[in-house]
Design a protein around this ligand. Structure first.
Ligand SMILES: NC(=O)c1ccc[n+]([C@@H]2O[C@H](COP(=O)([O-])OP(=O)(O)OC[C@H]3O[C@@H](n4cnc5c(N)ncnc54)[C@H](OP(=O)(O)O)[C@@H]3O)[C@@H](O)[C@H]2O)c1
Length: 105
C-alpha cells in the first residue's frame, strides 16, 4: 500500500509537533505548517512556513502537495490560538485574530 499523505497544521510545537512526529514514525509522508519555521526535522517531514488564516499561503501548501503527490489522504487541522483574557477585557482585534485562525483557517 502506498504511504499515506498527511497534512497537519500547527506543527512547529505542541500537539501538532507531537502528531507530526507520531505519523512520520508510523511511515506517513507528513507535511506540516505553522507561521514560524520548525526547529525539528524527520526524513518523512516537510515543513511550510504558512499561516492557515492567509488564503494565498494555505493554497500554496495544497498546491505543492497536489503537484508532488496528486492526493491528500489525511488532514489534521490542529493549528489554533487562544486568548485567556476575560471576554469583556478582550479587544476586538484579538477576537478577530482567534476567529481567523481557529474558524476561517
Ligand atoms: N493544549 C490544550 O490544553 C488544548 C485544549 C483544547 C484545545 N487545544 C487546541 O489544540 C490545538 C493545539 O494546541 P497546543 O496546546 O499544541 O497549542 P500550541 O502549543 O500553542 O501550538 C500551536 C501551534 O499552532 C501553530 N499556529 C498558531 N497559529 C497558526 C496559524 N495562524 N497558522 C499556522 N500555524 C499556526 C503554532 O506555530 P506558530 O506560532 O509558528 O504559528 C504552533 O505550532 C489548538 O488548536 C488548540 O486550540 C489545546
Amino acid at each position: 500500500m502506498a504511504q499515506p499523505i498527511t497534512l497537519i497544521t500547527g506543527t512547529r510545537k505542541g500537539i501538532g509537533r507531537f502528531l507530526a512526529e507520531h505519523y512520520c514514525d508510523a511511515g506517513h509522508v507528513v507535511y506540516g505548517c505553522s507561521r514560524g519555521e520548525a526547529d525539528w526535522d524527520h526524513q518523512n517531514y516537510t515543513h511550510f512556513a504558512a499561516d492557515v488564516s492567509d488564503e494565498k499561503q494555505a493554497k500554496q501548501v495544497f498546491s505543492t502537495i497536489r503537484r508532488e503527490h496528486g492526493r491528500l489522504d489525511n488532514l489534521l487541522n490542529n493549528a489554533g490560538i487562544a486568548s485567556m483574557n476575560h471576554s469583556l477585557l478582550t479587544p476586538i482585534s484579538t477576537v478577530e485574530k482567534v476567529l481567523r485562525t481557529n474558524v476561517v483557517g
